[in-house]
Write a new protein. Structure first.
Length: 657
């Protein structure tokens, strides 16, 4: 840290004695001079585009030998514009009383000179968290909700909370993180971690431009990260915020290993994998019509994925220990670990080995910092000879063996029955495996009327939405409405019939839809010129995306680019074939071919005999590109956007004299 910054910091934050983190109570923080912090207010005119600023962003963590952890956080927030007033008027804090205690030390609204506008909330209430009705989650979590009065532009909100982990599920396991760069201008940032001197902490420091202070005294070690006058860091589209050279942050982990965590979980779940008479009878019924062992596995998978409702019950240790398979069967619901455990035990009944895999549903597990908190999800891995099949039992519209995109390529921990573990990376499929294909073909009459058919097929992630559409069988009324709604999306006045759909719950069915199209007005006239409206949307909006990307930063881009976010995780193919009236000619636009490290695009316009053929194909790629490659991305987006044809000019033969 520059010496000037350090002197400024010490002027407002009094350093505690070496090895002694400050003890913060509702009476205050003895290490911080609040009046001087309040006086750090910034000039809003010097921070255009910012609605608020942190005058103090502070965390004090105390780790004890018995595994309890105290976390005290304080923020002093200056309101710069009206946009920040409403968000800072309403607050909520949550905790789990079964294994945590919570205390609101204070929350007040003040002026920069320290004058108190409101000394506490004008309204507050402690409530339970209501269960969501879509994906229900039952929890013992409590929420303190409160409202503040007096919040206005020019005021400051000062609050402090203390949460104590009183009953750790795995004693000694923890993972702490602190974002020094938090997206706002920050005048003072401080993070203190105090722990027993003999505890070997795992540390990760990202992009720091200053050094931490480490001291040991009276059997305690103290780590302090302190910084001053941190500028706002603007967000950027398609940015990789997990691995970058911009955001400063700290992670502090316990000395636990993945093996420790695996042994703990295996012991917790060991008595769950018992094949009871009830489960055996259910499995026998499920596999009764199966011809092969793979058929049996798929039948069990479909039942667990689709017929066992997803309902999360997170009470204490129940957040980690799966329920007994018989309980899941009789109630008909379960969360991810319940479903995975039921599936694993059901496969055990037919002699197939499977194991649980712990992971994070959104990916981004740091393999270097083993911790339970890095996991929030469980799936299963099936051992089939030399092959392994990973399957997520909470995704009811994905066939056996297909994983959601956020899980692919990410870190997972296989926990074997004996408590041993394997660290793995989940298989990853290319974007082109998630292709959505639309095909429209037919004939055009001299009067401009189109008759033909439409077909859509989907694979991979693209098939999920299509399967969901056809979960419930259509009656005759619903079918007719769907036919007309689908038909009218192509040409004006188009009628549809002869709809062919599939059972969305049949994971072996090919996801496809077919529809006959009749009497669509496909031509428009302007004078003697006839225009054939193309049935597929264009890609010209990508030029706007390129403009926005270039306009975002004040200078060069700073964050890496997540390639798949730029064009999506799905590929698409479009084909339009129309037989033209005899003797008609088409004025064809130029097709576009654009290939880059971010993806591929191809379009073609041609006439084959008397048939006009339009094709379009686009697929992105996975991976992360350096920020310096922004120009390559925008150039490619603009190259694709040149395919801007919305009409084809058609010329009928000259009239006979």
């Amino acid at each position: 840290m520059p010496r000037s910054h350090l002197l400024l910091l010490l002027a407002v934050v009094a350093a505690p004695l070496a090895g002694q983190a400050p003890v913060i109570t509702p009476d205050g923080d003895p290490s911080v001079r609040s009046d001087t912090i309040y006086a750090l207010a910034v000039d809003p005119a010097a921070h255009p585009g910012e609605s608020a600023a942190y005058l103090l962003d502070d965390g004090v963590i105390r780790i004890e030998r018995d595994g309890t952890i105290s976390r005290t956080y304080r923020q002093v927030i200056q309101i710069l514009t009206e946009d920040a007033v409403k968000p800072e008027q309403e607050w909520s804090f949550s905790w789990h009383p079964g294994y945590e205690s919570f205390r609101l030390n204070w929350i007040r609204v003040v002026r920069p000179d320290g004058t108190v506008i409101s000394a506490g909330p004008s309204q507050q209430q402690v409530t339970d968290v209501p269960a969501e009705m879509g994906d229900p989650e039952y929890s013992d979590q409590k929420v303190l909700r409160l409202s503040l009065s007096g919040v206005a532009v020019g005021t400051e909100v000062d609050y402090s909370t203390t949460t104590v982990l009183t009953k750790p599920f795995l004693p000694g396991d923890f993972l702490l993180s602190w974002s020094i760069s938090n997206g706002l201008t920050t005048r003072r940032s401080r993070y203190i971690v105090e722990a027993p001197a003999g505890l070997k902490l795992r540390l990760e420091e990202h992009n720091l431009d200053f050094a931490r202070r480490s001291t040991t005294r009276d059997g305690r070690q103290e780590l302090v990260w302190a910084a001053a006058d941190l500028s706002r860091i603007k967000s950027e589209s398609f940015a990789d915020y997990d691995t970058n050279a911009v955001m400063m942050g700290v992670k502090v982990g316990s000395p636990e290993t993945w093996s420790d965590i695996g042994r703990w979980y295996a012991g917790l779940a060991r008595d769950r994998y018992v094949v009871t008479p009830l489960l055996r009878a259910k499995v026998q019924a499920l596999v009764a019509g199966a011809h092969t062992l793979d058929d049996s596995i798929r039948a069990i998978h479909r039942f667990v994925a689709q017929d066992i409702r997803y309902v999360s019950i997170d009470f204490g240790i129940g957040g980690y220990r799966p329920r007994l398979p018989d309980s899941v069967l009789t109630t008909g619901f379960g969360d991810c670990k319940d479903k995975a455990t039921l599936f694993i035990t059901a496969l055990k009944a037919i002699g197939v080995r499977a194991d649980p895999v712990l992971l994070r549903s959104t990916g981004h597990v740091d393999p270097e910092l083993p911790a339970l908190d890095q996991f929030d999800h469980e799936i299963a891995v099936v051992e089939r000879g030399p092959a392994r099949v990973y399957t997520d039992l909470t995704t009811e519209f994905r066939p056996y063996g297909e994983l959601p995109s956020p899980e692919q390529g990410q870190f997972g921990l296989i926990v074997h029955a004996d408590g041993s573990t394997e660290q793995i990376r989940f298989p990853e499929v290319p974007v082109i495996a998630n292709v959505d294909s639309l095909f429209v073909a037919g004939t055009l009459s001299p009067a401009g009327v189109f008759n033909g058919y439409f077909r859509e097929r989907a694979a991979g992630s693209s098939a999920v939405d299509l399967r969901q559409t056809f979960v419930t069988p259509y009656d005759s009324t619903d079918r007719a409405k769907f036919e007309q709604r689908l038909a009218q999306g192509w040409f004006t006045g188009t009628k549809g019939d002869s709809l062919v759909i599939f059972d969305g719950k049949d994971l072996a069915a090919v996801p496809q839809v077919k529809l006959a199209l009749h009497d669509g007005v496909a031509l428009e006239k302007s004078g003697d010129t006839r225009y054939l409206r193309l049935p597929f949307g264009d890609v010209t909006s990508l030029a706007t995306t390129a403009d926005r990307l270039e306009a975002e930063p004040d200078g060069p881009r700073r964050f890496p680019i997540v390639a798949v976010d730029a064009v999506g995780n799905d590929a698409f193919y479009r084909e339009f074939r129309v037989v033209l009236p005899s003797g008609w000619r088409a004025e064809l636009p130029q097709g576009v071919t654009a290939t880059s490290a971010f993806g591929e695009y191809r379009s073609g316009y041609q006439v084959e005999g008397d048939t006009l053929v339009l094709t379009r194909w686009m697929a992105g790629v996975r991976g992360v590109a350096a920020p310096q490659r922004l120009g390559e991305l925008t150039a490619w987006l603009r190259a694709v956007a040149k395919d801007n044809a919305r009409f084809i000019v058609l010329d009928p033969p000259p009239a006979s004299p």
